[in-house]
Structure formats: C-alpha cells, structure tokens
Design a protein around this ligand. Structure first.
Ligand code: GRF
Length: 209
C-alpha cells in the first residue's frame, strides 16, 4: 500500500473565521481526503478565528503586524511559520492584508483566496456593497490563486447568487457566504487531489491527477 504524505494546509484569517471553519469541517469529515489543517495564523490577536482553531485542535498563532513593522517583515514572519510547519497550501480566509511579492513568490501557485464577488467585478473591500450599489442582478463568490495584485489571480471556482429587490448588504452577504462555504472546501479538495493545471492564467480542472 502506498502512503502519500498528507497535504498540510495553513489558513490566514483576520476575523470571524467561518470559511476557515468550513475547511476544517471538510477535512474532518473526509470531504477533503489526505489533508490536514496544520495551523491558523492571524494578524490580530483578538480574531475570533483563533478561538475556532483552538476549539478544533488546530494550532493557533497570532503574528500581530504591530510586532513586525513593515509588510515585508510581517509577511516573512508568517511565511517562516508556515514553512516550519511544512505547509503545502495556504488558504486566505478573510485575511485583510495584501501579501507582498516575496511571500507570493515563496508560495507561488500555492496560495488560495476567497472573495465575495464574481471576479473580476468588485475586487477589494466591501465587494457585496459595491455589487449592490452598482445594481447588478447576479452576485457571487470566487476562489482564486493569489498573485501580486488585489484579487487578480487565476480563478479556480465561482458560484453565483441572485440579488433580490430589497436586499441589504447583510442579506446579500449571507447568501454569498453560504456559497463561499461550499466552493472553498471544494477548491481545496481539487488542489489536494492534484487536479489543478494552469493554462496561462486559466485554471483547468482535470478529472484525475
Ligand atoms: C468572506 O466574505 C470572504 O469572502 C472575505 O472575507 C469574509 C471572511 O469571512 N474575504 P470569514 O472570516 O471567513 O467568516
């Protein structure tokens, strides 16, 4: 019987941590076979995501930006912590800082992000509010690889939701979040199964590795 080493996942979160928890549940239920969530790193010592990590037996680490002044220094502290734990996939889950060039190159094609819009529409902060204010009829969520831009990397999966008359930022965000919790673990599974190929900036999903 051949044994392959499990994919070790590191998650970066700044806040609530519901996408992180969705990934943890998917790993625990074997919906993402052959993977372990090795560490949760937050740039905020008070992030609720850290408590979620503790509750699920995932190592929680706070690497506060105030203790590591300058983006490169902070990024490096995080990258070192991930490498020390042999992390093979980094998942940004509500991580509110831009990662610099060195980090992105160090983990090239191994960093995923979830964004609450149908990219390339509405990158950046408050994507759901941007969508409502623009007046789109369809909104959604995107899982993409992280490159050096803001929400510009190759797209892995997207899911659409309708925008209803009378939607508020909160009601639309909740509808999108339900899809985030579905497609983020799915994208991680595709990565863990080695089913992702790059064709320029386009991602191809192959049937078997
Ligand atoms: C999600 O809407 C995600 O798309 C965005 O930030 C939010 C994080 O929520 N990047 P949570 O911390 O995963 O609950």
């Amino acid at each position: 019987m051949s044994e392959t080493a499990p994919l070790r996942i590191g998650v970066l979160a700044s806040g609530r941590g519901s996408n992180f928890e969705a990934i943890v549940h998917a790993v625990a239920s074997r919906a993402i076979p052959g993977a372990v969530v090795a560490v949760l790193i937050s740039d905020r010592a008070d992030a609720p995501a850290l408590a979620i990590a503790r509750a699920h037996g995932v190592e929680p680490i706070a690497i506060d930006a105030r203790d590591h002044p300058g983006r490169e220094v902070h990024d490096k502290a995080i990258a070192d912590a991930l490498e020390e734990r042999n992390v093979g996939l980094v998942c940004l889950a509500g991580y509110l800082r831009l990662l610099g060039r060195d980090f992105v190159r160090r983990f090239a094609d191994r960093v995923l992000n979830i964004h609450p819009s149908l990219l390339p529409a509405f990158p950046g902060l408050h994507a759901q509010r941007q969508a409502l204010e623009y007046g789109v009829r369809v909104a959604g969520a995107t899982v993409h690889f992280v490159d050096e831009g803001t929400d510009t990397g190759p797209i892995v999966l997207q899911a659409a939701v309708p925008v209803h008359a009378g939607d508020t930022e909160a009601s639309l965000s909740a509808r999108i979040l339900a899809e985030e919790h579905r497609i983020y673990p799915e994208a991680v599974r595709l990565f863990a199964e080695g089913r992702i190929r790059f064709d320029g900036r386009r991602v191809q999903i192959v049937e078997t590795a």
